[in-house]
Design a protein around this ligand. Structure first.
Ligand SMILES: Nc1nc2[nH]cnc2c(=O)[nH]1
Length: 454
């Protein structure tokens, strides 16, 4: 046994990728973790996104239509999250290392770099969300002090990741549940406008918006579920824990939005104006640190796929400081389009992973997540096909990128129909392509069956 192993608490994550992951997370630890991630402040501030907003940000759908669309997107997204969670439990590998088995060790760097970019973006975004919400509670101190405090809490949580997950289960979940119930009771007592006023057009845009939020956790899921005791538990805890609370939180956000007549800049007001509102809203604000923690910790673990011997604690502290500085300097409003764009590429990637892991090569005795795993260009091709499918239906809102895909769409004479979900379609297309390519090229997809090594 090395001295490192003796120093590390047995129920914490090893410092490098050299040691196996301890299987210490039970169903309720994971359920509480995912349930907390589902109750993001983003579900309030971003509730309008499930109402298919027009170019000026004004909702076009009725609140009832938005709730149904959001619930549909969240349930589908939750199932996808479960599919991403289970392989982590089965292999004991973190998310990006797991992808060595899908794409090969070298090619797994492609999703790893994209994931690092999205997680640094989300981590920064979350610190800004926390600071802005804290300022809405009490603006007696400058914004930068809230950013630094949130950055410090985040960094401490990332140094003890499994301890933080247990902390969430023991103490935080109950407080969040109490706050949710209280706000439901209070907001439902307010005079509400006609919730059916508006259209059902844009249903799948709304569903896709909610689905994208769930999917943004797909490339981190295995970082936590590799510590799960069973794959079934990991699937259930992620799919159910996350979906239930995301639906609960978005409905609350949509009620608040209805109360402020669709003005998303005032969506926190109904929470803060009720008796005890400030105290209970503070629970949501403090708890939001679990999101920044999950982002920063997973960035560190993703970097370990590139540098396996790097100490995750050193990476976490450096990253915690880095996102804090970014949050002090950046206006993340300019960045959210990029975040959803990066997020969109993970939907077809999950399609490829799920097809290959559960129906293809993953059924062989060993999933090769070693540093010598051979490149599988066929799986990259399947992923690319899925990305194209997504962009043709929903090219997002990032200037040049959107113009490019709209041009491709016109050249192909393709008109997306209102029943088309970019996420569902691209997932299905990518999964089908992975199965087909895997069949044609043997389980390797590069031609012939590659040697399976550890
Ligand atoms: N990865 C990630 N996804 C999110 N979805 C909503 N908030 C977040 C976040 O902070 N990180």
């Amino acid at each position: 046994m090395t001295s490192d192993v003796r120093e590390r608490p047995r129920d914490e994550v090893p410092y490098t990728l050299d040691e196996p992951a301890p299987k210490v997370l039970g169903f309720w630890d994971q359920g509480a973790f995912w349930a907390n991630l589902g109750v993001s402040l983003f579900a309030f501030s971003g509730a309008y996104t499930v109402l298919a907003p027009d170019a000026d940000g004004r909702p076009t759908m009725s609140i009832v239509a938005g709730i149904v669309a959001m619930a549909a997107g969240t349930v589908i997204g939750g199932l996808m999250l479960g599919l991403a969670a289970a392989p982590g439990a089965r292999t004991g590998q973190p998310a990006m290392v797991l992808l060595r088995g899908l794409f090969g060790a070298r090619l797994s760097y492609v999703p790893t770099v994209l994931n690092i970019a999205q997680l640094v973006g989300w981590g920064t975004f979350e610190l800004i969300v926390i600071a802005d919400a804290a300022r809405a509670l009490w603006d007696g101190v400058p914004r930068w002090s809230y950013v630094i405090a949130a950055g410090l809490v985040t960094t401490v949580l990332t140094v003890w990741p499994l301890g933080s997950v247990r902390l969430l289960r023991r103490y935080v979940t109950v407080a969040v549940l109490v706050a949710l119930v209280y706000f439901y009771v209070q907001l439902l007592r307010e005079p509400l406008p006609d919730l059916t006023d508006g259209s059902w057009g844009g249903f799948w845009l709304g569903a896709d918006a909610a689905l994208a939020v769930s999917i943004s956790w797909v490339p981190v899921a295995a970082d936590y579920t590799r510590h799960a005791r069973s794959a079934r538990g990991a699937f259930g805890a992620a799919a159910v824990g996350y979906s239930v609370t995301q639906i609960v939180a978005y409905v609350l956000g949509l009620l608040a939005l209805a109360i402020v007549a669709g003005d998303s800049t005032r969506v926190f007001d109904p929470f803060l104006h009720v008796t005890l509102g400030v105290v209970l809203f503070a629970v949501f604000v403090v708890r939001e640190a679990d999101q920044s923690f999950a982002n920063v910790y997973s960035t560190a673990v993703s970097i370990q796929n590139l540098v396996p011997r790097a100490d995750r604690r050193v990476l976490s502290v450096a990253l915690g400081a880095g996102v804090t500085v970014l949050a002090l300097l950046l206006d993340i409003g300019d960045y959210s389009g990029f975040l959803s764009l990066i997020g969109s590429v993970f939907v077809p990637m999950l399609g490829v992973l799920a097809a290959d892991f559960f129906l293809g090569r993953g059924r062989l005795p060993k999933w090769d997540s070693s540093r010598t795993a051979p490149s599988r260009w066929g799986m990259i091709a399947a992923w690319a096909v899925g990305i194209v499918a997504y962009q043709l239906v929903n090219p997002g809102a990032v200037g040049w990128w959107t113009r490019f895909w709209t041009g491709v769409r016109d050249a192909l004479l393709f008109t997306p129909q209102s029943w088309m979900s970019a996420s569902v379609l691209s997932f299905a297309v990518a999964a089908a392509a992975a199965l087909l390519i895997g069949r044609v090229g043997g389980t390797g997809g590069t031609g012939g069956v590659a040697k399976i090594t550890r």
